[in-house]
Design a protein around this ligand. Structure first.
Ligand code: GTR
Length: 422
């Protein structure tokens, strides 16, 4: 055989090896450094059963992330009160019942509060599953329903229609594309939303203005109750309310969030197992994205630009993405075996689609311990091609956003798991 023929043969073998290894995911995972194993106990023992996961590994991981990244959160406040301040059975032209519920965190009318806006579909006569997630600009921003109270909480100066960091009437309906309320209701789901800034404003205020003020004992420590954990905690308080509302099926609450709100939704799902499903849309770094995949936002940027999001201990990991003794696949695994949908967008560079896919992929072995199919693919599906297992995933074309395509996949995923609209 000539040298050139040997060369061609070798090349052919390499291509074959590459092709064969792809379905097992060996060749494409550009992970930097060593990715910590989700199924190995701190003492080195391999975790091989769901029982071991539940009793040993899950608590270890949860404790680690509470100490090192998200910080500790308080339990449900004893004095919390829900005040239904609006209950309109003929909302949105008669298709919905609208409720606005003020959650008084410490029971005081002049204390910290969060307003829940809840729409329930009138065509369903039994308790309905509800999708709950934070908005970025106040409840009045999600549609043009003039009865929705305008937020009185601080918001980003970039908010369209806000003046001096506070909402005006001009902020009403600025996020209607992000919140297809009627589509969601027609599919048989309720929709609840809150403004994250009610719980904790999104800036580094030394934790003076958010719910943290109620918990001084959880401040001035490495594992302090920081903003992301406060937002997740607020989602759990909304769930506390749903448990009291007979029109809601509180065993079917879907926690959803886009971007930073997706990070909060993931942590809520990880810490509160009452959430039956988690949907993360382009949650990126500190959400679904794997830090060990060195693209998009990294620990250095997160720690510098958003020092209030994670606890003080997290600062020591800045710049160490390849050497982290943890990563976000472990946070996603805390949601197992509950259905989890991770959505990415090709043009969302900061949130790193491939890094998000990898977290879902490396969380999947935990799902398989529970005899679910986990993520049904091992290599990233093509753009605009959603896959639906116990974990769902898509990477759509377009920029960082939440679009009708995303909602269509989420609702389909929810239908599959909750057996709705079959
Ligand atoms: C960016 C931030 C991301 C993501 C995004 C968003 O500035 O770096 O982590 O959360 O904001 O929330 O839209």
């Amino acid at each position: 055989m000539k040298d050139s023929q040997i060369g061609v043969l070798l090349k052919g073998m390499l291509v074959l090896l590459f092709t064969l290894s792809c379905p097992f995911g060996f060749s494409q995972d550009t992970i930097s450094g060593h990715l910590p194993e989700v199924l190995r106990l701190n003492n080195g023992t391999r975790v091989t059963s769901a029982q071991q996961w539940i009793t040993k590994r899950r608590p270890e991981i949860l404790q680690f992330f509470k100490q090192q990244m998200f910080g500790q959160s308080p339990v449900r406040p004893k004095k919390m009160i829900f005040k239904v301040i609006d209950n309109e059975p003929g909302a949105l032209g008669g298709i919905a019942t609208r409720k606005q519920i003020r959650v008084l965190f410490d029971g005081r009318n002049d204390g910290p509060y969060m307003d829940i806006l809840l729409y329930l579909p009138n065509q369903i006569k039994r308790p309905v599953p509800v999708i709950v997630g934070y908005n970025f600009a106040g409840n009045q921003s999600i549609n043009n329903d003039t009865a929705v109270h305008i937020s009185k909480s601080w918001m980003s100066a970039n908010t369209k229609g806000a003046i001096n960091n506070y909402a005006t009437e001009a902020t009403r309906g600025i996020a209607t594309v992000a919140w297809p309320v009627e589509t969601i209701l027609k599919r048989g789901y309720g929709l609840a939303t809150m403004f994250a800034g009610d719980v904790d404003p999104d800036y580094d205020d030394g934790f003076k203005n958010g719910v943290q003020a109620l918990y001084p004992e959880l401040q001035n420590r490495g594992d302090n109750f920081a903003t992301m954990a406060a937002w997740a905690w607020g989602l759990s308080r909304a769930l506390d309310y749903f448990e009291t509302d007979k029109a809601v099926d509180s065993k079917k609450i879907i926690v959803y969030g886009t971007s930073r709100m997706g990070k909060a939704a993931i942590w809520a799902g990880a810490t509160d197992q009452r959430f039956a499903m988690v949907i993360s849309n382009e949650s990126g770094a500190g959400g679904a994205k794997l830090f060990h995949h060195l693209e998009g936002e990294n620990t250095t940027r997160i720690c510098k630009v958003f020092p209030h999001w994670f606890c003080h201990n997290f600062q020591k990991y800045a710049g160490k993405d390849s050497a982290l003794p943890f990563d976000q696949h472990m946070v996603l695994a805390l949601i197992a075996p509950r259905p989890l949908y991770v959505a990415s967008a090709q043009g969302s560079n900061l949130t790193d689609s491939y890094g998000e896919f990898l977290s879902a992929k490396y969380a999947a072995p935990v799902y398989r311990l529970f005899h679910t199919n986990g993520l049904p693919v091992k290599i990233m599906p093509p753009v605009d091609h959603a896959v639906f297992g116990q974990i769902g995933y898509h990477n759509r074309t377009g920029k960082h956003d939440i679009l009708p395509y995303d909602w269509e996949q989420f609702l389909h995923f929810a239908d599959l798991h909750f057996g709705t609209n079959r």
